[in-house]
Design a protein around this ligand. Structure first.
Ligand code: NAD
Ligand code: UGA
Length: 461
């Protein structure tokens, strides 16, 4: 890339699920900007430049191809890219801390702080630094202090522009976001930097969807958005347990409440529990922050969302064991799907991991199938090698199985030939639909005993 042909140089540190897709969208919509995505992981950087992208997202390959080599670049030369940059998005991982103070709840900011120090070390000009990662509220203050304590006379303006895309629909979400949120200091330089970032998004996002705020509101809103979304799932999942006791049907209840425009219909699908890299981590982070400020009741309130999710996963397995005559030892059980949701290969915090481990503890023979996530499944369960089978073909996987558990709502699981599957299974054959996606009456007619979430079972005994 040459500095003369581009209006500005944008760099993104972190070429993951957020950095890659968001920068591909900015590059496609803003051809006058050079966009370089850097990472410490050379395999990831190489893969972004091939037809086998490091992550699976519908529409992503076409989007990347549109700008790759024109104004979209992937590189491991982090220092070189930072040096040239006018605007730096930081999109590194911010997992839950596993050690020391706040272990199990607080965000681990080591990757984040390292990037701040690298920026400081290699910069020779003023820059706008944008928090794209999800961070605890008031992290920007630490970032500002590290960056602006320099003796080069440089000024770094720190902004927060949290990302709201969901995996599996990342490209569509970026193309047509409900909103873009940009928080800054409300100083002259803060407002000027904010206007620059608004300009980028205004290339394709309608002005009324670009929300601006102070820095702290932007940082906190990201955590709160995830907490509210997860809370809806835990709320409907808690009701699914009650439905199973009362012959109410959770789908009917969700429809009845979701048609109230104040409640709304989305995110009311009862399930085996929410997964994904962020809901649990971000809620626990919110809990930690509340505790830090002495807001213990608020902390307990949000913590219960995570506890309900764990209860739902445990309940699913307990129910499987109970209905399969109190033992699954030696029984072949197929997990249909391993990704934490459909249309992604991501398995981070997938309920399938917890369910597979609980079944293995009960000495079941666990077989895993998934159209996109088998490689990640092998990594997640590497310590169980020899006790677990991975199989591309759901028909092969279910041969001689006692039970099938639907873990991921992949569309094509609805179209499988269940009569064929039933024929080759042990009898009585069980289906546990952890996503409520199958035609339960049809399965019952075929001969299956059908157990779903929040509905009365259909059983032949
Ligand atoms: P990821 O793990 O897929 O990607 C992070 C990347 O950062 C990795 O490739 C890693 O190698 C790289 N990295 C770490 N330290 C680095 C350093 N010092 N220099 C250069 N590269 C470095 O993570 P992700 O899913 O993209 O999430 C990134 C952030 O975005 C997190 O804070 C997450 O909470 C947030 N977020 C994620 C999603 C999502 O759907 N995954 C959505 C919204 C927000
Ligand atoms: C979520 C948010 O939806 C995004 O806005 C946010 O940017 C992102 O987290 C993040 O910060 O990482 P994501 O985790 O990719 O996105 O996927 P979701 O569609 O939110 O699903 C999360 C989990 O909840 C999945 O396991 C899904 O199957 C489950 N879910 C979702 C339900 O069980 N029921 C529902 O009704 C909806």
């Amino acid at each position: 890339m040459t500095s003369t042909i581009f209006k500005k140089h944008i760099v993104c540190i972190g070429a993951g699920y957020v950095g890659g897709p968001t920068m591909a969208m900015i590059a496609a919509r803003c051809p006058e900007y050079a966009v370089t995505v850097v990472d410490i992981n050379p395999e990831r950087i190489a893969a972004w430049q091939t037809d086998s992208l490091p992550i699976y997202e519908p529409g992503l390959l076409v989007l990347v191809r549109e700008s790759l080599g024109r104004n979209l670049f992937f590189s491991t030369d982090i220092s070189g890219a930072i040096h040239k940059a006018d605007i730096i998005f930081v999109s590194v991982n911010t997992p839950t801390k596993t050690y020391g103070e706040g272990a199990g709840k607080a965000a681990d900011l080591q990757y984040w702080e390292k990037t701040a120090r690298t920026i400081l070390q290699v910069s020779g000009s003023n820059k706008i630094i944008i928090e794209k990662s999800t961070l605890p509220v008031r992290t920007a203050l630490a970032m500002e202090r590290i960056l602006n304590a320099n003796d080069k006379g440089l000024h770094f303006e720190v902004l927060s522009n949290p990302e709201f895309l969901a995996e599996g629909s990342a490209v569509a979400d970026l193309e047509n976001p409900d909103r873009v949120l940009i928080g800054s200091r409300e100083t002259e330089s803060g407002l000027k930097a904010r206007a620059e970032i608004v300009d980028i998004y205004a290339h394709w996002v309608a002005p009324e969807r670009i929300i601006t705020s102070n820095l702290w509101s932007a940082e906190l809103s990201k955590l709160v958005a995830n907490a509210f979304l997860a809370q809806r799932i835990s709320s409907i999942n808690s009701i699914s347990a009650l439905c199973e006791k009362t012959e109410a049907s959770v789908g009917e209840v969700a429809l009845a409440i979701g048609t109230d425009s104040r409640i709304g219909p989305k995110f009311l699908n009862a399930s085996v529990g929410f997964g994904g890299s962020c809901f649990k981590k971000d809620i626990l982070n919110l809990v930690y922050i509340c505790e830090h400020y002495g807001l213990h009741e608020v902390a307990r309130y949000w913590e219960s969302v995570v506890m309900m999710n764990e209860y739902q996963q445990q309940r699913f397995v307990t129910n499987m064991i109970k209905v399969m005559f109190n033992t699954v030892a030696g029984k072949r059980i197929v997990l249909l799907g391993f990704a934490f949701k459909a249309n992604t290969s991501d398995t981070r915090e997938s309920p399938s991991i917890a369910v597979a481990r609980k079944l293995l503890n009960e000495h079941a023979l666990v077989v895993i199938t998934d159209p996109k996530a088998l490689d990640n499944a092998r990594i997640d369960l590497h310590d169980c090698a020899g006790r677990i089978e991975f199989c591309d073909d759901p028909y092969e996987a279910s041969r001689n199985a006692h039970a099938i558990a639907v873990m991921t709502e992949w569309d094509h699981y609805c179209e499988l030939d269940y009569a064929r599957i039933f024929k080759h299974m042990e009898k009585p054959a069980f289906i546990f639909d952890g996503r409520n996606i199958l035609d339960h009456k049809k399965l019952f007619t075929i001969g299956f005993n059908v157990f779903s979430i929040g509905k009365s079972p259909l059983k032949h005994f």
